[in-house]
Design a protein around this ligand. Structure first.
Ligand code: GLC
Length: 554
């Protein structure tokens, strides 16, 4: 336990990382061909989004066979080769386990549809009349969470797309099947697992309609969740692997339990509250300017709460479900480089394990699609229709998608300035932003001051200074909306991390004495020689460091 604390994990969205076979879709051989890039970046582990057999309605999060590779991504030999090649470079792989639901094309669901009672019990089927769903719960992708199957005269639950049927974890046979999936991949020699929406697996005994919400309070962190996780982890012997759970609408208390080593559940958790500070009244599809005060409050609450109770956070701004952070909280035009570096620092120096989502290290931006025809994501397309039905104009709906769609983060990795950004030699499955001519890995490798080289630095600092992985965290200037400043500390070392979230110079509430501190990183240049910091420039970031030993010998 614990080795993950000084790791940095890189997320690969398999479909958009690198296309080796020229079909316009990323694949496993493509990933293999770019391992040297990742090694040079310095990351420890690679989390790959699902490449298992799937109709790809939800890009692989709709699995029809957990133990087979979808041919668009490659073969079992390709997976084995990838594991071996990553291993040779000292990097471990983490696979993505989607255990809340399967695709309706999965053999289990097909048998259920054929009326086999054993398999009907693998899912959540409820008797009922065709016009009244069992409850009023809503799917996370819009519309009802229930679908009626006329020949069975039953409804089945799908918290996500209609082709993603929720599994019945109450059934011990289902739990055994899923343990076998873990055992199968574990013996291939991978280092860890990411568990998709894992806190939704335990559904309540009674299914009742929700008077005030969409039903999530009944199944989020549900009644048997901790029991099920403990059983899964224990019975598959993955306690010492790196495991991260994606926790939807969760609470701090549950996350402490999921990640406190004494509980023997998971190594760490993804929670999302900090990525809702630009949702109007908590609604994803209503735009609002980011509330920085709320962002700071949430970050300090989760940092301090997890610290007090020995939990562990996964630190992230970006993933395949989120818009690009530089477009969202930074300034992708005037202060593109400064704001991308600041946002990276703000998270990498916190207490937890940082995740870099492909292209984040280049400062990749949202694509700015102008037509609905450019979108691919099932959620975005559903919500586009819902927004129009609610009376929004096409332009308004497109503006919302432009800020909120998951496709913003799913555009192909920008490797170079060529037509298809070096991702493929033919037109990719989703359009590439024009800015790949300047924002790309090749150009940034050659530029000492690039965002890419700055991320390398952030990663190497973690390896060099134990305080980053092990220190306590405490916050400074909590009342100041514009800045995000904190201190990390062990008995020997102190780290001071100063960030300005805004596009203007901000004066600190009081001058900070920085004499005796070394300057480790930043985006405006060395402060050494100055005795104090009184203000931060637009999107300025700096990491300052001091050891007691050094002080003593000075
Ligand atoms: C998670 C995945 C997302 C997927 C959903 C349903 O949130 O990250 O991409 O659509 O679960 O599996």
């Amino acid at each position: 336990m614990g080795t993950f604390k000084n790791h940095v994990i890189y997320q690969i969205y398999t479909k958009s990382f690198m296309d080796a076979n020229g079909d316009g879709l990323g694949d496993l051989r493509g990933v293999c061909s770019r391992l040297d890039y990742l090694k040079e970046l310095g990351v420890d582990d690679l989390w790959l989004t699902p490449f298992f057999k799937s109709p790809l309605r939800d890009n692989g999060y709709d699995i029809s066979d957990y133990l087979a590779i979808d041919p668009v991504f490659g073969t079992m030999e390709d997976v084995e080769e990838l594991i071996a090649q990553a291993d040779q470079r000292g990097m471990g792989l983490m696979f993505d386990m989607v255990f809340n639901h399967t695709s309706t094309e999965h053999a289990w669901f097909q048998k259920a549809l054929a009326g086999d009672p054993e398999y009907l019990d693998y899912y959540i089927f409820k008797d009922g009349a065709p016009d009244t769903p069992p409850t009023n719960w809503e799917s996370k992708f819009g519309g009802s969470a229930w679908e009626y199957v006329p020949h069975l005269k039953k409804w089945y639950l799908h918290l996500f797309d209609v082709t993603q049927a929720d599994l019945n974890w109450e059934n011990p046979r289902v739990r055994e099947e899923l343990k076998n999936v873990i055992r199968f991949w574990k013996q291939k020699g991978i280092r860890g697992f990411r568990f998709d929406v894992i806190n939704l697996i335990s559904k309540p005994e009674q299914f009742e309609s929700d008077r005030t919400g969409d039903g999530r309070r009944f199944y989020t962190d549900g009644p048997h969740i901790h029991e099920y996780l403990k059983e899964l982890v224990h019975d598959t012997g993955i306690q010492d692997m790196i495991t991260v759970g994606e926790m939807s609408s969760t609470t701090l208390n549950h996350c402490v339990r999921y990640s406190n080593p004494a509980e023997r559940e998971l190594s760490m958790v993804f929670s999302f509250h900090h990525l809702k500070v630009d949702y109007k009244d908590g609604k994803k599809w209503e735009l609002k300017a980011p509330d920085y005060r709320q962002l700071k409050r949430l970050l300090s609450e989760w940092q301090l709460g997890m610290q007090e109770q020995n939990g562990w956070n996964a630190l992230f701004w970006c993933n395949h479900d989120q818009p690009r952070i530089v477009s969202r909280l930074g300034d992708e035009h005037r202060y593109w480089k400064e704001s991308a570096k600041m946002l990276g620092t703000a998270f990498h120096m916190l207490r937890g394990t940082p995740y870099i989502y492909q292209g984040e290290e280049l400062g990749m931006t949202n694509p700015g699609y102008q037509t609905i025809g450019e979108y691919r994501d099932v959620e975005s397309i559903n919500y586009y229709k819902i927004l129009l039905a609610e009376g929004k104009t096409e332009a308004e709906a497109l503006q919302i998608l432009g800020a909120r769609s998951r496709d913003n983060g799913r555009t192909p990795m920008q490797w170079n300035a060529e037509d298809y950004a070096g991702f493929s030699n033919r037109k990719p499955w989703i359009s590439i932003p024009d800015n790949h001519s300047s924002i790309n890995a090749e150009a940034e490798r050659a530029d000492a001051d690039s965002i890419l080289n700055y991320y390398k630095k952030l990663i190497s600092l973690r390896k060099q200074y134990p305080v980053i992985a092990e220190g306590t965290v405490g916050f400074l200037f909590e009342e100041q909306e514009e800045t995000f400043c904190y201190q990390r500390e062990t008995e020997e070392e102190t780290l001071l991390v100063l960030n300005n979230f805004r596009d203007r110079k901000v004066t600190l509430p009081e001058a900070l004495d920085i004499s005796g501190y070394a300057y480790l990183a930043g985006n405006y240049g060395n402060t050494e020689g100055s005795a104090e910091v009184t203000a931060l420039k637009p999107y300025e970031t700096m990491v300052l460091y001091r050891t007691r030993n050094k002080m003593a010998t000075d």
